[in-house]
Design a protein around this ligand. Structure first.
Ligand SMILES: [Fe+2]
Length: 183
């Protein structure tokens, strides 16, 4: 969390990241073979690029910040690939993003991306929230990818991930915001 503060992330972004961490941890607790520490670090850092930019570029910018901080390449990838259920080559071209792989492929990358899909600002929501946001923008392929990722991770989790808001609460108790200053 210190990295988020040092990079100048607003309190609201930090609380969002801590909420995504809570959702990601709930998934990791029930999915085998996941690097827990990597998921937690990735969830906390995924929006670090919002210290600079709130557009779709924030994922790429965030990945560069994480790289410049000398953190693990796996974390750089998690941050770059976290938007929606990833972006394919056509999206990358259309959005004029720097060339690169923006599709989550490892379990850790998928869990962080989808935990973010289950959080709106500081509220834990069902996946329908992110799907309908993309549908309203006409991003049908992106919406479909979220549905598929939701099914894939729900299978591994052992039940539909849409139970998470009910399980941990819409506003779960956060582990990482104690002492966070306003701003
Ligand atoms: Fe983000």
């Amino acid at each position: 969390m210190e990295y988020l503060i040092d990079e100048g992330c607003k309190r609201r972004v930090i609380i969002h990241c801590c909420t995504v961490r809570a959702v990601a941890e709930e998934m990791v607790d029930h999915i085998d073979g996941v690097n827990r520490e990597l998921v937690i670090a990735g969830a906390l850092l995924h929006d670090i690029g919002r210290s600079v930019d709130h557009s779709i570029m924030h994922a790429y910018i965030g990945s560069r910040i994480v790289e410049d901080l000398g953190l693990a390449p796996e974390l750089v990838d998690i941050v770059r690939k976290h938007t929606g259920a990833g972006l394919d080559e056509a999206d990358v071209e259309e959005l004029r993003l720097p060339a690169g792989d923006y599709m989550p492929r490892t379990l850790e990358e998928k869990i962080v991306a989808h935990a973010d899909n289950l959080v709106s600002d500081n509220r834990v929501v069902t996946h329908e929230h992110s799907v309908s946001k993309l549908v309203s923008k006409g991003a049908f392929r992106g919406a479909e990818r979220i549905e598929l990722l939701h099914m894939e991770l729900s299978n591994l989790y052992g039940r539909d991930l849409d139970v998470i808001p009910e399980l941990i609460g819409e506003y779960p108790k956060l582990k990482c915001v104690a002492g966070l200053v306003d701003g």
